[in-house]
Design a binder for this molecule. Structure first.
Ligand SMILES: [Zn+2]
Ligand SMILES: [Zn+2]
Length: 255
């Protein structure tokens, strides 16, 4: 049994074959998929998808790319959605200083709002952090995000950031990047932390793992991430699957 802890199956790129994508996920041994809200529309679609599909759970949030669109109205809609039974986290939220699609000051303010919301409704956080590691950790500390914990998705930081995140009761999620030939640093970091703090994800439709790189990503391919973990760690594939599934169920409060 496997769980894809980060997918965007509500995106239009899955409109033509969403059902087949879900069938292939089940065939690959997936038990649950966490579908991630990235703006107001995709949060709404995630909530709908979770209502319709048994294996799907939803998160609601505004990606740092879109944080410039966040209003007070957005905040109250996000809050309303968190009351739904299958909404299991707040996010993705965080900082993306690689693309800078929203001004950094706004990204930081909206990130703080998400942490406050997560604490208010007592749900964990799904964090996106790219080229902003230090400020991400600083804001998580200042806002006392350890009260709710969460996951740093698509983890790309160094060992120090990994340890800081774990101290704040966060998990680290790895995806397709782990399988890339040049991802030495990530594999080195993952070898030095406990598998009890690791989740697996796809970020579908993005970041497709080897040997499917170049194609659209989908939840079934999370199996390749688990296989790569079993290759680099002293655990069998079955152990990796079991432990990362338990971690995800624990974090998101699902079973
Ligand atoms: Zn992301
Ligand atoms: Zn994402």
């Amino acid at each position: 049994m496997l769980i894809d802890t980060h997918a965007h199956l509500d995106f239009p790129r899955f409109n033509k074959d969403r059902q087949q994508v879900l069938d292939r996920a089940r065939e690959a041994g997936l038990k649950q998929i966490i579908n991630i809200g990235a703006d107001e529309e995709s949060s709404a679609r995630s909530v709908e998808l979770a209502k319709k599909v048994d294996m799907i759970y939803a998160t609601v949030g505004i990606h740092p790319h879109n944080s410039k669109d966040m209003t007070e109205d957005t905040y109250s809609r996000l809050k309303d959605w968190t009351e739904q039974e299958k909404v299991v986290a707040v996010g993705e939220t965080g900082l993306d200083y690689h693309y800078d699609n929203s001004p950094r000051q706004i990204q930081r303010a909206v990130f703080r709002k998400h942490i406050q919301l997560a604490k208010e409704v007592e749900l964990p956080l799904v964090i996106h952090s790219r080229e902003a590691e230090q400020q991400t950790m600083q804001i998580l500390k200042e806002e006392a995000a350890a009260e709710v914990g969460g996951v740093i998705h698509c983890f790309g930081g160094d060992l120090e950031m990994a340890q800081q995140a774990i101290e704040l009761d966060f998990y680290l999620a790895v995806g397709g990047v782990l399988t890339f030939a040049n991802a030495y640093q990530l594999r080195r970091v993952i070898k030095q932390i406990s598998l009890d703090r690791v989740l697996i994800e796809t970020d579908a439709p993005y970041l497709t793992p080897e040997p499917y790189r170049g194609k659209r990503n989908e939840p079934a391919y999370v199996k390749e991430v688990a296989l790569k973990l079993s290759e680099i760690l002293p655990y069998s594939f079955e152990e990796v699957a079991r432990i990362t599934t338990e971690n995800a169920q624990q974090l998101f409060g699902i079973s």
